[in-house]
Design a protein. Structure first.
Length: 480
């Protein structure tokens, strides 16, 4: 079997001429878990242990990613031996990069560090905090850290925007692609935890960096990475309410994914295009995109994308609900849940039980089953990490609406207070638009209630800041 420059686990499997199904049997690890690991998703400590034991390699050498908060990762990296023909592990801590003992270099580096820090400090004026700045730097820098020193220097000191160099060795290519994939994975984590404007800055930096790496990557790999970044840019633009611009990014991402022969990103682009169609009220078009995505899965990948399949089916149910086709709603929600029940689905960025409950809640809310909707939304919120502000807002707003329909003033306002905090942290115009829709429900249900009107009066500045920012952006553009 021909070796590729993709994930180290996939390479190790190829060296032993194993299919995913064969590795699943000999290592006693599920096929879906192996697929997730080879596509840079975190897997459990037990699954990592079994794979490390089978290959006699460390978790880092196999490119395995720990679940968030998993304390067993360090233990397994020390318990399993490494082998000489695998690339050295990526350094997790930027402080581990050794700086030579050269006084002139240290003085120059100190001056450079202060100068660059001064440039980065301008981000504080855009409401970035120090932790967010450091997270964004980690995402961008980790792909540079694995490059040979001479190449890293030429990338940023050459007169050309692109670098000309002989092809990377197999190990160098493998490390670079692993670093780029990990950078993309962490950028999506950043998407869940940060504002959309901040995500756009990071994504644009990744795209700029990828353009410099282009001569070092084979065309398919370059196209695959570009599809991932463009989908991220589209997601951030969608959150900002820029639906037309987001749609263009998803169309570009789909074309890139085709060039990269990347089925997963083709599917993701169609799913996002369905989201845009839904936001524009074109529910039948949204279902067309979802059906196209499911056909891609059925034709190419079988059962290797379970979370994606569950996501597509649940989105189909939601659009069917908007078309008042309750039979299809029940069919697709049930099919989505059956897929999830077969796999580990807690806190998965792709699609998990929290998102399923959120979409199921919205479906029953449209039918007027408010108590059932409340149960779904509350179950969703119990599973969403506190720092995932955007996703929490997507469940809090319809939960507040369900309480309003029940004429529970205290309940709806208590949830709405939480929603305003999540919306402010997410900096999402899309969520602000949905908050405006909730306000209309609130006013129509409690038209003369002083407490309700007082809450709305205090919430209005949240929307006024949005209008002020739009005006500032227009003024900036007019000055160019």
């Amino acid at each position: 079997m021909k070796e590729t420059g993709f994930h180290p686990l996939r390479t190790a499997r190829a060296r032993r001429n194993l299919t995913i199904e064969q590795l699943s049997k000999v290592a006693n690890v599920g096929t879906a878990t192996i697929w997730r690991a080879e596509h840079y998703h975190p897997i459990s400590a037990e699954s990592r242990r079994r794979l490390c034991t089978y290959f006699s390699m460390t978790s880092q050498a196999l490119g395995l990613i720990a679940l968030s908060g998993d304390k067993e990762e360090a233990e397994w990296q020390t318990m399993t031996p490494d082998v000489s023909d695998t690339p050295p592990p990526l350094q997790e801590n930027m402080a581990s990069i050794a700086i030579p003992h050269r006084p002139s270099f240290q003085a120059e580096a100190g001056t450079w560090l202060v100068g660059e820090a001064g440039q980065l400090a301008s981000l504080f004026e855009e409401n970035w905090d120090l932790e967010t700045v450091l997270k964004s730097l980690r995402i961008v820098l980790q792909s540079l850290q694995v490059l040979p020193d001479s190449l890293r220097h030429s990338l940023f000191h050459a007169n050309s925007a692109k670098v000309n160099r002989k092809p990377l060795t197999f190990d160098e290519t493998q490390q670079l692609q692993l670093a780029l994939d990990k950078s993309n994975y962490e950028a999506w984590q950043f998407y869940h935890e940060s504002g959309s404007a901040q995500v756009l800055v990071v994504a644009q930096a990744q795209l700029c960096l990828l353009q410099r790496f282009d001569p070092l990557l084979d065309p398919e790999a370059s196209a695959r990475f570009q599809a991932a970044i463009r989908n991220l840019i589209g997601a951030a633009l969608y959150d900002q309410g820029e639906y037309d611009a987001a749609q263009r990014e998803y169309q570009h991402a789909y074309a890139d994914a085709i060039r990269g022969k990347d089925i997963w990103h083709q599917v993701q682009s169609n799913n996002w295009l369905a989201v845009i169609a839904n936001s524009n009220g074109r529910y039948l078009n949204a279902i067309d995109y979802l059906e196209k995505a499911l056909n891609l899965l059925d034709t190419n990948e079988g059962d290797l994308f379970p979370h994606t399949r569950a996501h597509l089916l649940a989105n189909w149910a939601y659009n069917a609900g908007l078309l008042q086709d309750q039979a299809v709603v029940r069919e697709k929600l049930s099919a989505s849940k059956k897929v999830l029940d077969r796999f580990d689905y807690d806190n998965d960025p792709e699609f998990d039980i929290a998102t399923w409950h959120q979409l199921a809640g919205k479906c029953v809310l449209m039918e007027g089953h408010y108590n059932t909707a409340i149960q779904h939304f509350e179950e969703s919120l119990r599973s969403i990490p506190d720092q995932w502000h955007g996703r929490r807002g997507l469940s809090l707003l319809p939960l507040a609406e369900a309480y309003a329909h029940k004429r529970d003033r205290e309940g709806t306002l208590a949830v709405a207070e939480q929603a305003t905090l999540a919306i402010k942290a997410a900096d999402s115009r899309m969520l602000k638009h949905r908050f405006q829709e909730y306000q209309q429900v609130l006013l129509s249900t409690f038209p003369h209630d002083r407490v309700v009107r007082s809450f709305i009066a205090h919430a209005i500045p949240l929307l006024r800041v949005e209008n002020k920012r739009r005006e500032e952006e227009k003024n900036s553009l007019s000055r160019l």
